[in-house]
Design a binder for this molecule. Structure first.
Ligand code: ATP
Length: 315
């Protein structure tokens, strides 16, 4: 086998309920993950040593050293399989970086599956997801895809049945937001408010809306406990959310830790209308129209080699 390519989706949190900080430092979470049709493509091929290149979203920003989650995934799997991690990893990124859409986690999930396929590890998917959870809470969902409720620190998953296809617009912002900084701001705001921290639980209306394929009900039921913190750190996102709502979005919220904003639309045509209005409003860098749910990480036929794959980054 000369190379393996894996396609992996972004996620949006339809609900993100954030509870108390646990003794291990993570927050207790209930997260309703939903995989959407914005993809990263991760290609691995044998090489003299572990190297990585990046193309697309975040080119020049995404780290090329061992802080890259895909690199850490390769090293983790190699260690478990008793294999040398000598591969070149090429990331073609369509998922916004540091945008609250789990791009790094997606690349880690994809790198695990791609290397396991390249090395003929035959590791069960459930085991790959458990390995992924060691790298980050969102990694197992990137492998699973669809719509799922995550509990614990978000890594224990139960699939949620849903009907039909939901249409989304994502407003991408300039620059990212640091996930730990947003959680820190959430804790700070809660301390200032002095209210008891709620025990996170999935919203019944949300699960019912998914089961019924009811976009209007889903739009009304979506929520994100990190949104006040993201808006506190980036107040201009309020204008983005308002612009999408004014253009007819059924629901609008900050995606995960932000700063990407997610808008649910009634159908594909409505999504295009919302996207145009957002771009004209000048409240975001650009928009992407997508749909969900889509499946998780999957091996695809290897694309033709691209010219800028030739400059390795990691030693
Ligand atoms: P999440 O939604 O899981 O909190 P995010 O979408 O906000 O994550 P990522 O795109 O995963 O954020 O990037 C967060 C940071 O992780 C980036 O600023 C970057 O420095 C680092 N990073 C490490 N590996 C990757 C990768 N493969 N792709 C993108 N960023 C990566």
């Amino acid at each position: 086998m000369t190379s393996v390519t894996v396609l992996v989706p972004a996620k949006v949190n339809l609900q993100l309920a954030v509870g108390a900080v646990r003794p291990d430092g993570y927050h207790e979470l209930v997260s309703v993950f939903h995989a959407v049709s914005l993809f990263d493509e991760v290609t691995v091929r044998p090489a003299d040593r572990l190297t990585v290149t990046v193309e697309g979203e975040g080119e020049g920003v995404v780290p090329l050293d061992r802080s890259n989650l895909a690199v850490r995934a390769v090293e983790l799997l190699a260690d478990r399989l008793g294999q040398r991690p000598d591969v070149h990893v090429h990331l073609r990124k369509g998922i916004p970086v540091a945008g609250g859409m789990a791009g790094g986690s997606a690349d880690a999930a994809a790198a695990l599956l791609a290397c396991d396929t390249l090395w003929r590890g035959a590791t069960p998917r459930e085991m790959l997801r458990r390995l992924g959870a060691e790298l980050g809470s969102d990694v197992p969902f990137s492998d699973l895809g669809g719509t799922a409720i995550g509990t614990g620190r978000g890594e224990r998953l139960a699939a949620v049945p849903s009907v039909g296809r939901f249409h989304w617009v994502f407003a991408l912002a300039d620059g990212g937001l640091s996930t730990p900084a947003v959680y820190g701001e959430c804790d700070r705001l809660r301390e200032v408010a002095g209210e008891p921290v709620p025990v996170p639980a999935p919203r019944e209306e949300l699960v019912a809306a998914l089961r019924a394929g009811d976009a209007a009900a889903l739009g009304a039921a979506m929520s994100n406990d990190l949104q006040p913190a993201a808006l506190s750190l980036r107040p201009a996102l309020r204008d983005t959310l308002d612009a999408g709502r004014a253009a007819g979005a059924l629901g609008a919220l900050v995606s995960g830790s932000g700063p990407t904003c997610a808008f649910l639309a009634a159908d594909e045509a409505a999504a295009k209308t919302v996207a145009v209005a957002l771009e004209e409003s000048g409240t975001c860098r650009t928009t992407r129209v997508a749909y969900g749910p889509v499946g998780g990480a999957k091996v695809v036929p290897t694309p033709r080699l691209r010219t800028n794959e030739s400059t390795p980054g990691v030693g």
